[in-house]
Ligand binder design. Structure first.
Ligand SMILES: [Zn+2]
Length: 424
C-alpha cells in the first residue's frame, strides 16, 4: 500500500491554517491539523499551497509522428512539473486518430507511457481536412474525450454543422481552432504589426468570422461548442453575446494571450513570440483578461506546442508556430494575476481545475476531501524563481518566458496517490 503524508500545506479556502493530508493507496485518507502517522513517506510542504491537480484541455504531445519534439513520456513529465495531473492531447499527430483502431492504440499508449492522466481528442474530420466527418459516436465509444481539428480550422459551414450534429449524438464537446484559410493566407503575426516587421499579417477576422458562424451553428444544433485559444476582443464579445442567448459555449485562453501582446515583438527574429493564433494588440489582450475575469472565458489552457531548435530556427517567416506552456502556466498566472491583486487563487483554481473538469465531464477531482482520488499539486508561493532553459522536463524549450522571475513553482505533484514530480 502506498502511503504518503503531506505536512503543513495551505489550502486555497483557508490560507490561515496549515493542514496535513494523508494519502493511502490512491485516495485521500485523512485531513487534519497535525496528523501523526508512522512509517510513511513525508513531504514537508512548509506552507506551500495545495490544490487539486491542474487540468489542461489543450496540449500537443506530438506522439505518434513527431517524437523528436515531444513524447508521451516527456510531455507528461512536463505536465507533472507544471502541477497538471490531467491533460487533453490534441489529435494533430501522425497518424491522425480518424478511426477507432488508430485512436485505441493512442489511448493505450497514453495510458502506458503517461505519468499523468492523458485524455485523447479524436479528429473531427478525416486528416483534419473538410473531406469527410469521422464516426464521432464510434470514436467516443473508443475513448475520445472530445473532438477537434486543432491546428486547422474547419473551413466549411456544412462540415461544422454535420460535426456538431454528430458531436451531440456522441455526447462530447467539439473544440474549434478558428482559422479561415483564405483570411489567414501566409500570415505569421497579427495584422497590426505585419507592416512594421515586413511580413504577412494574420487578419483577426480569420478567427472571428468562423467564430460567429460556429456560434449560430451551435445554437441551431444544441452542441457543446468550445472555443480553443480565444485571442481577440471581438471574439470575446461574440462569446459573451452567445452565452446571453443560451448557446452552449465555453472558451479557453492561453497564458501567453493573457500576458503578452504585439508590443512584445520588436524584430522578426523574436521567433518564440510566433504562435497561432498570434499575439494580438494591447486592446485584445485587455479584452481576454477582462473576459476571463468576468466569466465569459471559462478556463485557461496552455496550447503546449513543443518544437525542436531546428523547427524554431530562422525568423518569423520560417520558424514554426507555437510555444511550450505546461511548466510555466501556474507560476505566470500566479505572478502576474494573483500577486498584483487582479485575480484570486480561487479564480485560478477554477480556471485550471474546476471549469475544465466540468466542461469536459472529466473524473478529475475538483476539491480536496477525504475519500477522493489523490490527484494533487503543491506550489511554492514564497520564493522567487528565474525560469531557465536547462530546467525543462519537456523535450523542447521554445518559450519566450526564459529569464523571467516568477513565484509559484511546483513543489510536488501526485497522481493516483503516487508522487510523480518533486522539486529538488
Ligand atoms: Zn490551435
Amino acid at each position: 500500500m502506498t502511503r504518503l503524508l503531506i505536512k503543513h500545506a495551505q489550502m486555497v479556502e483557508q490560507p490561515e491554517q496549515l493542514i496535513d493530508v494523508l494519502i493511502e493507496d490512491e485516495q485521500i485518507a485523512a485531513i487534519g491539523s497535525s496528523l501523526a502517522v508512522s512509517g510513511v513517506e513525508v513531504i514537508d510542504a512548509r506552507g506551500a499551497l495545495i490544490m487539486p491537480g491542474l487540468v489542461d484541455v489543450h496540449v500537443h504531445f506530438r506522439d505518434p509522428g513527431q517524437t523528436d519534439k515531444e513524447t508521451i513520456t516527456t510531455g507528461s513529465k512536463a505536465a507533472a512539473r507544471g502541477g497538471f495531473t490531467t491533460v487533453l492531447a490534441m489529435p494533430n499527430v501522425q497518424p491522425v486518430p480518424n478511426t477507432a483502431a488508430t485512436l485505441h492504440e493512442m489511448v493505450i499508449h497514453n495510458h502506458e507511457k503517461g505519468l499523468v492522466h492523458i485524455e485523447q481528442y479524436a479528429a473531427v474530420s478525416a486528416e483534419l481536412t473538410d473531406q469527410s466527418i469521422n464516426d464521432l459516436v464510434g470514436l467516443a465509444q473508443t475513448g475520445a474525450v472530445a473532438f477537434s481539428n486543432d491546428g486547422k480550422g474547419v473551413q466549411s459551414a456544412a462540415t461544422m454543422l454535420a460535426a456538431m450534429k454528430a458531436a451531440v449524438k456522441a455526447n462530447r464537446v467539439i473544440s474549434a481552432h478558428l482559422e479561415d484559410n483564405d483570411l489567414m493566407g501566409h500570415g505569421v503575426v497579427d495584422q497590426s504589426v505585419a507592416d512594421q516587421l515586413q511580413v504577412a499579417g494574420i487578419d483577426p477576422l480569420a478567427e472571428t468570422s468562423q467564430l460567429a458562424r460556429d456560434l449560430v451553428l451551435a445554437q441551431a444544433t444544441g452542441a457543446h461548442y468550445h472555443v480553443a485559444h480565444l485571442s481577440t476582443k471581438n471574439g470575446v464579445e461574440l462569446v459573451r453575446l452567445a452565452k446571453l442567448h443560451g448557446v452552449h459555449v465555453t472558451a479557453e485562453v492561453t497564458p501567453h494571450h493573457l500576458l503578452l501582446d504585439t508590443t512584445a515583438i520588436h524584430t522578426r527574429k523574436d521567433v518564440n513570440l510566433k504562435m497561432n493564433p498570434p499575439l494580438r494588440t494591447p486592446t485584445d489582450r485587455a479584452a481576454v483578461v477582462a473576459g476571463l475575469l468576468d466569466g465569459t472565458i471559462d478556463m485557461v489552457a496552455t496550447d503546449h506546442a513543443p518544437h525542436t531548435v531546428a523547427d524554431k530556427a530562422g525568423d518569423m517567416v520560417s520558424a514554426a508556430f507555437g510555444i511550450t506552456g505546461l511548466e510555466t502556466c501556474f507560476p505566470l498566472l500566479y505572478t502576474h494575476l494573483v500577486r498584483p491583486g487582479i485575480a484570486t487563487l480561487a479564480q485560478v483554481q477554477r480556471w485550471l481545475n474546476q471549469a475544465p473538469a466540468k466542461a469536459f465531464k472529466l473524473s478529475a477531482p475538483t476539491t480536496i476531501r477525504v475519500g477522493q482520488k489523490a490527484d494533487l499539486a503543491l506550489f511554492d508561493l514564497e520564493h522567487a524563481h528565474t525560469i531557465q532553459a536547462d530546467e525543462f522536463a519537456s523535450k523542447s524549450v521554445n518559450t519566450p518566458f526564459i529569464g523571467e522571475k516568477v513565484y509559484g513553482m511546483t513543489v510536488a505533484t501526485i497522481v493516483d496517490g503516487q508522487l510523480v514530480y518533486r522539486a529538488d
